[in-house]
Design a protein around this ligand. Sequence first.
Ligand code: TYD
Ligand code: MG
Length: 457
Amino acid sequence: MAKKAKTAYVCTECGAEYPRWGGQCTACGEWNVIKEVRLGSDTKHSSGKIGYAGVQSEVKLLSNVDLAQAERISTGLVEFDRVLGGGIVRGSVVLIGGAPGAGKSTILLQVIAKVASSGFSVLYVSGEESLQQIAERAHRLGLDAGTIKMLAETSVQRISDCVDVEKPDVLIIDSIQVMHTVDSDSAPGSVSQVRESASYLTQYAKQNNVSIFVVGHVTKDQSLAGPMTLSHIVDAQVVLSTTDDARYRVLRSDKNRFGSVGELGFFAMGSAGLKEVKNPSAMFLSRSDKPSSGSVVTVLWEGTRPLLVEIQALVTESQYGNPRRLAVGLDQNRLAMLLAVLSRHAGVFTANDEIYANVVGGIKVTETASDLAILVGVVSSLKDRVVPQEFVIFGEIGLNGEIRPVANGYARLNEAAKHGFKKAIIPKANAPKMLVKGLSISAVSTVSEALDAINDF
Ligand code: TYD
Ligand code: MG
C-alpha cells in the first residue's frame, strides 16, 4: 500500500502551521494565506551518512568536545566576512535576501571569484539567469572566469548529484524560489517547494561539509518571501538592501549561528560591481557646508563597531489642532517619550508643534544611545539655533530626565575624534579616564545640563 503523503497547513506570510485550513492566520492576522503543504517523505533520512559533516553522531560529554574553532574560508572582502562573523564557515548554509536588483548575484559572483582564487573549488548554480548572462557579468566585473564552475539547473536532486561529482567547497544556489525537489509535488516557488528544497540543501551541506549560499527574494516590507520557516532551517540569514543613496548597499546579518546579529557591511555599487566602503561613517556624514538648525551628529553602535550618523529634527508650528509627530528611521514611541521628558524636565514645551525626526542615509536606529541627540535636535530646530558641526552627542535618556550611560562609550568617542569632531556631550558615567585626542568632552547627567553644555562650550 502506498504511504499517504503527510500534509500540513502553513501560513505563507509568517510560517505558522495549522492542523486544518482556515481563512485567516491567527498568528499574523493575514487573510487567505494558509496553504496546504505536502511534507517530504522520510526515506531520505535513512541513509547511513547522517550527523554533522558526515560524521556519525554519538553522545559525548560537553567537556570532551573538541574546542577547535569552526573552520572558516575568508572571502577577501572584509565587509562581507565581518557580516558572516569572520568568513564562511565550512558546512554552513547562509540565506542571502534582498530586493531584485539589490546585487545579490553580483556580490556572490565576486565572493566566489575571490574564494576560487585562493584555491577553493566553487560551484555557482543559477536557476534564474542563463550562463551567458552570468559569463557577461563576470567579464564586465573583470573576474577570472577560468576558476568558477557554473551550472544552470533547478532540480535540487540533480544539483546534489553534480555536487557529489564536483565536490565544491562553496556552493551558490541562485535562487531558492526557483528550485524544486522530488520530495514535493507542488509548483516551484510555493511554500512547500521552498521549504523542502532548503531543508534538503541544508542536510546536504551538513553531511558533506559544503558551504552553501542560498539566494532568496524579499517582499516589499523587506521580509524574505515565502515561509519564515526558511530562517529556522539555515544557519545564518543576511539581507542586502539599498540605502537612500542608491549607490550604496548595506549587508546586514539578521540571524547568525556563527557570529553576532545586527552586524553591518557597507558596499558601493559601481561599474565594477560592489566595492567595499572602508569608512562607512564618512558615507553617512556627507553634510552640507552650511550648518542648519535641527541637525545633530550621534554615534551609533552597529554590530561590533561605531557608526556616525546625522539626525535631523524639524519643529514647525501646527496649523491644525492635532500636531503630527513623525519619526523616520527612529521609533515613533521613543520620540513621544523624549518629548514628554523634554517638557517635564527641561521646561521646553512642544505640545502645539509638529515634529519630524529623521536619520540621514536610511539607517534604522535601534538603540537608545541616540536619545540625547534627538532631543538636542528638536530643541535646536525649535529655537532655530544651530548646533555647531564640531559637536557629537550621544546618551540614553531616562523618564526622570537623567542621562544614562551607553555601551562602548570610549570606542564611540574615538570614532568621533577620528572624523574630526572637536566637542562631545556624553553621559557622565561614560566620561573616559583617558583623554581622547582632539576631543573636549562635556559629561552631563541631566537633560538640562546637556542643553546648557552646548551653550557653555
Ligand atoms: P544583481 O546582482 O543582478 O541583483 P539581484 O541578483 O539581487 O537581483 O544586480 C544587478 C543590479 O546591479 C542591476 O540593477 C545593475 C547593477 N550593477 C551595476 O550597477 N554595476 C555592475 O557592475 C553590475 C554587475 C550590476
Ligand atoms: Mg540575481
